[in-house]
Ligand binder design. Structure first.
Ligand code: TXA
Ligand code: MG
Length: 339
């Protein structure tokens, strides 16, 4: 879906004036500001309720602009950019002087990507600069994959919302650190590890364990209101009846249970508040993941029992988000604080 030229022009004007624009990408909707305007960047953190030490991604209009935003472009970064951009891949490189520390959470590295969405690319082209944007949701909660989700999350706090229809990929970009000798994946996402290794021709490095510093690495993230309990893929495969009986028991005990089950099993559930029949294709599961979580919240579920996919290909990114959604929450009420 494309947007009207007049809307793109207006959105670019809002960015130039230091405002915030929510825009579609192929992964999720972003909450954008002029990457070179520290006051506008600061507003992103305020609106999201995100701690200022958590770095943002700078979105640019084409791979040829990468050198404008980073100190240097190593050969591996060039190779990956040429291969996967525009697309759901974010590269972490040494920060160029053009990028204010407000955008990188004080880090000397910067995350950059070229989104693969006609509306995002039109906005970047009309604006002419870099647009720094996290996902357009409150800190810790589920990323938006439609313009309606953005409005539900952020309401009037955003100056302009560009509607580009539902996002194709549905989970965030893969983040690859290319500052070291061998690239490593910091967050699995729309480009799979298998795809990256095929292009590189060698295995990716295992990232060094780091203290929680970036939201994607926070134990609880991408979380709906309802508590999330996970079911490992082997259990769904070997004893599906048990998964269903346990969920039904939770419902009988007074929970409002929402179940994520493979479509072949969904019909067997009798007692649950809501059932999501998961598509067989990982691409369709990823595309629907955040919408499913939102829908179960809206339907009043307080407990989501979600079957995990096998952790390969796109399944790795889906499982990563579900594990974080099920992670320990900061408060005892089981809900992530929303600001
Ligand atoms: O698909 C996406 O990546 C979406 C769309 C809008 O582009 N954006 C997104 O942004 O997911 P956000 O802010 O929700 O997540 C950005 C992640 C952070 O969680 C952090 O893990 C990583 O990017 N990041 C940013 N700068 C970094 C840096 N200098 N070093 C390491 N990680 C960084
Ligand atoms: Mg996010």
């Amino acid at each position: 879906m494309t947007a009207k030229t007049s809307d793109i022009e207006m959105a670019a004007g809002v960015l130039r004036a230091g405002g915030l624009v929510a825009f579609p990408t192929e992964t999720v909707y972003g909450l954008g500001a002029d990457a070179e305007d520290p006051a506008a960047v600061a507003r992103i953190f305020q609106v999201k309720g995100r701690p200022p030490s958590h770095p943002l991604i700078v979105h640019i209009g084409g791979a040829e602009q990468l050198g404008d935003w980073v100190e240097d472009v190593p050969a591996t970064a060039r190779l990956l950019a040429e291969h996967f951009w525009p697309g759901p891949l974010t590269l972490v490189l040494r920060r160029g002087r053009r990028v204010p520390l407000e955008a990188t959470g004080g880090l000397e590295t910067v995350a950059v990507r070229v989104p693969d969405h006609p509306v995002a690319l039109a906005l970047l082209s009309a604006f002419g600069g870099g647009v720094t944007a996290p996902s357009a949701n409150r800190f810790g909660s589920v990323s938006p994959t439609t313009a309606d989700h953005v409005s539900a999350e952020l309401g009037d706090a955003v100056d302009f919302v560009l509607d580009g229809g539902p996002c194709e990929v549905g989970v965030e970009s893969t983040i690859v650190d290319v500052t070291g000798e061998i690239p490593s994946v910091l967050r699995p996402g729309g480009v799979t590890r298998e795809d990256l290794e095929a292009v590189l021709g060698y295995p990716l490095a295992v990232p060094a364990a780091s203290p929680v510093r970036v939201p994607g690495q926070h134990p609880s993230h991408y979380a709906p209101r309802a508590r999330v309990v996970l079911v490992e893929p082997e259990k769904v495969l070997v004893e599906p009846e048990k998964v269903i009986v346990e969920a039904e028991l939770a419902q009988e005990l007074g929970h409002q249970v929402g179940l994520f089950l493979p479509a072949s099993l969904a019909g067997a559930v009798v007692k649950a508040h809501a059932v999501v029949a998961l598509p067989d294709s990982m691409a369709a599961y990823a595309r629907g993941l955040y919408r499913f979580l939102r829908e179960l919240d809206q339907q009043g579920c307080d407990l989501i029992v979600a079957s995990l996919p096998v952790e390969e290909g796109l399944g790795l990114a889906i499982a990563n988000r579900l594990r974080r959604a099920a992670g320990p929450r900061p408060s005892s009420t089981g809900t992530v604080p929303r600001q």
